[in-house]
Design a protein around this ligand. Structure first.
Ligand code: P6P
Length: 342
């Protein structure tokens, strides 16, 4: 029996750091800070059914969404870990209206800023459906002091790293620093993330489409045409595709990355910008999708090139294998050109 050497996340990050001669270890420490917080959040999620941590906090976040106790708990853990780590000088979080700028001499030296959705898909918590943390890491633009709004309002093309943690049947951390995508599975018995999915890439043949068809009547005509395309019978192009939708972006994205498939969260006639947030949902997964050989757009523009104007701005998201995303873009250009200027 061949025994495969286990490579831990820490070993992997340090090995990769050695490929950057100028690296001083700050990004390595920052990624480890995120992994530490993820393990603490994971413990609470797994215990949620036993401890009185399910349910609503009784407060609303900036989105006007009622905050679940685990949302608030996860947000606090990631903020604590990043503030204490000293590598990050500001955070933009889905749970906070404004940026959290670390104004102490320890963190002000931080070279990085982070945009994070501490617990995406949290409405699924009590249904025991996989949920996730999504994060983007940028180098700060401001020279000194606590991080600023300008540091956070950077387009995705400036990303230094991005990733997610998925809390599911197993807990995985998937990330990229621009040299491919790698997945690490948590061994809960020792609390260590181990490399389990090296060099993740979209499969060549993909036949899953993920969309909430309950919004069909509000979809742009281009998306209605795409759904019809997915359902046509043409074995030469693996159609009809299979419809799979969890309603937790991290879980849908992760399944599509492994099995091959496109995730669509369109803008609609009711909400032209859609629901998902550019900074801490769309950009991180768009960075990963491109690193995995795929594509991400808002139907007309590359997601990573969209200039953020506000922290919580929303943007339509079509993400997956190149050919699938390009089919959506062609149909949007043909049938719904009016959505381009939304
Ligand atoms: P809908 C979860 O609330 C979330 O923000 C994403 O994780 C998910 O993809 C989306 O909303 C689901 O939205 O409208 O289909 O329920």
């Amino acid at each position: 029996m061949t025994t495969r050497r286990i490579k831990t996340l820490t070993q992997f990050i340090v090995e990769r750091q050695s490929q950057y001669p100028q690296a001083k270890g700050a990004l390595t420490r920052l990624l480890n800070d995120l992994a530490t917080a993820a393990k603490i959040v994971n413990r609470e999620i797994n215990a949620a059914g036993l401890v009185d941590i399910l349910g609503y906090e009784g407060t609303d976040n900036i989105q006007g969404e009622s905050q679940k106790k685990l949302d608030v708990y996860a947000n606090e853990r990631f903020i604590e870990a990043l503030k204490g780590g000293g590598e990050c000088c500001a955070i933009a979080s889905e749970e906070n209206e404004k940026i959290i700028s670390f104004q102490n001499e320890f963190s002000e030296r931080g070279k990085y800023v982070i945009a994070i959705d501490p617990l995406d898909g949290s409405s699924n918590i009590e249904a025991n459906v996989s949920i996730g943390t999504v994060f983007s890491i940028y180098r700060r633009i401001s020279e000194a002091g606590g991080g600023t709004l300008e540091d956070l309002l950077q387009p995705g093309v400036n990303l230094v790293a991005a990733g997610y943690i998925i809390y599911g049947s197993s807990t995985m951390l998937v990330y990229s620093t621009g040299k491919g995508v790698n997945g690490f599975t948590l061994d809960p018995s020792v609390g260590i993330f181990c490399l389990s999915h090296p060099d993740m890439r979209y499969p060549e043949n993909s036949q899953i489409y993920s969309i909430n068809e309950g919004n069909y009547i509000y979809f742009p005509e281009g998306i209605k045409q795409y759904i019809k395309y997915c359902q046509e019978d043409d074995s030469s192009t693996l159609r009809p595709y299979t419809s799979r939708y969890i309603g937790s972006m991290v879980a849908d994205f992760h399944r599509n990355l492994i099995k091959g498939g496109i995730f669509l969260y369109p803008g609609t006639t009711k909400h032209p910008k859609g629901k998902l947030r550019l900074l801490y949902e769309n950009n991180p997964v768009a960075f990963l999708a491109e690193q995995a050989g795929g594509k991400s757009s808002d139907g007309f523009r590359r997601t990573l090139e969209i200039e953020p104007k506000t922290l919580h701005q929303r943007s339509p998201l079509y993400i997956g294998p190149k050919a699938m995303v390009e089919k959506v873009e062609a149909l949007m250009r043909e049938f719904s050109p009016e959505f381009e200027k939304q």
